[in-house]
Design a protein around this ligand. Structure first.
Ligand code: SAM
Length: 334
């Protein structure tokens, strides 16, 4: 070291080569200092990197696991819920199989209501007419026990033959409510727009017949555009009224009567239904009750009730042993 220093002092000091040698020595010292620091810092940097990788791996594992759990829960839920839907609708779809082969009906299906549904219907009518529920139940039982009426319907079906698309049974569905209302109200005039086979007509005329036996006169008017409508309406029920053939609005416009019970069941478009209500509005008596057979689809009667200061209720029917989910009775009254 001393020899090197003396050689430097003698030959290189203040020369360019000497300056270069000094500069090389300084940078060698700096590099060695930096290298030392890096070596000393290495364990800390290894630890930090290991921790970072570990955390990243853990995050990835967690994400994968939780995603797997979500997917399997969703699949299980779909299966569970699909079976729920299946169980729920099996009761409805089941009766469709015998019906497909045994029934002749293609529209306006016939069925009885469940016992619970009948009880609810009676409760609603009792509320509307402020009658004891037993009285309304009595009206419904009266209809369901009317063997002469049932025999009349079944005789007509048999006489018309298979081609008429009718089943040889007398099941009235929600029309038992129409009957009970006609018995409770004792209307002077009943109008049913849309008669079709005449099942509603025969039920309403049977109620008027009973009312007459109790001293209350009443007349039935049906309207239908179909000239064959009303084939189930035989005597003695037929003589309780008449069917006005032609467009319902035209027939209603010509009819000069005060209506106590109006049943809309003709053209089921919103517009037509609303026009029927507007047309009969001035002909309705103060105690008039209006029934919408299509209130499970439209809210025209609800609107009419609002506009004319009437109350509105809706009863949903529950067919027994039938795939059809049922229609209902919309009711407007004061
Ligand atoms: C759902 S059915 C009536 C069912 C019947 N009320 C009952 O209780 O079984 C509808 C009837 O309305 C009649 N109809 C449709 N449009 C009509 C209209 N513009 N005027 C009169 N009747 C109409 C049809 O010919 C059909 O017979």
């Amino acid at each position: 070291m001393t020899l090197l220093r003396s050689l430097y002092n003698r030959h290189l000091r203040d020369t360019a080569a000497g300056e270069l040698a000094r500069s090389l020595k300084r940078s060698a010292a700096r590099s060695s200092e930096q290298l030392g620091w890096r070596i000393r810092d290495l364990p800390r940097r290894v630890r930090a990197t290991t921790e970072r990788v570990g955390m990243a791996l853990s995050r990835r594992r967690h994400k994968k696991a939780s995603h797997g759990a979500d997917t399997s829960t969703t699949v299980k839920n779909i299966w569970y819920r699909a079976r729920y839907v299946g169980r729920y609708y099996r009761a409805r779809i089941g009766p469709a199989w015998p019906w497909l082969f045994a029934s002749r009906e293609t529209s306006n299906f016939t069925y009885d209501l469940t016992e619970r549904n009948r009880a609810h219907l009676a409760a609603m009518i009792a509320l509307v007419f402020k009658l004891p529920i037993t009285e309304v139940v009595g009206y419904i039982d009266e209809l369901l026990g009317d063997e002469a009426l049932k025999a009349s319907v079944i005789d007509r079906v048999n006489a018309l033959g298979r081609g008429a698309g009718l089943d040889a049974s007398a099941a009235f569905g929600r029309r038992i409510g129409w009957y009970a209302i006609a018995r409770a109200l004792k209307p002077n005039v009943v109008i049913e727009t849309g008669v079709e086979k005449g099942l509603g007509a025969v039920v309403l005329c049977a109620a008027l017949l009973r009312n007459r036996e109790e001293g209350h006169q009443g007349r039935y008017y049906g309207t239908d555009i179909d000239l064959a409508a009303g084939m189930l309406l035989a005597e003695p029920y037929r003589s309780m009224g008449e069917i006005l053939y032609g467009d319902s609005l035209e027939s209603l416009a010509k009819l000069d009567v005060t209506i106590d019970l109006f049943i809309n069941d003709s053209d089921h478009s919103h517009e037509y239904e609303a026009r029927e209500y507007r047309l009969v509005a001035p002909k309705l008596s103060e105690r008039a009750v209006i029934i919408a057979d299509n209130a499970h689809v439209t809210d025209e009667l609800y609107r009419f009730a609002q506009e004319t200061g009437r109350q509105f209720l809706f009863f949903r029917e529950e067919p027994e042993d039938h795939w059809y989910l049922g229609a209902g009775i919309g009711l407007a009254f004061r």
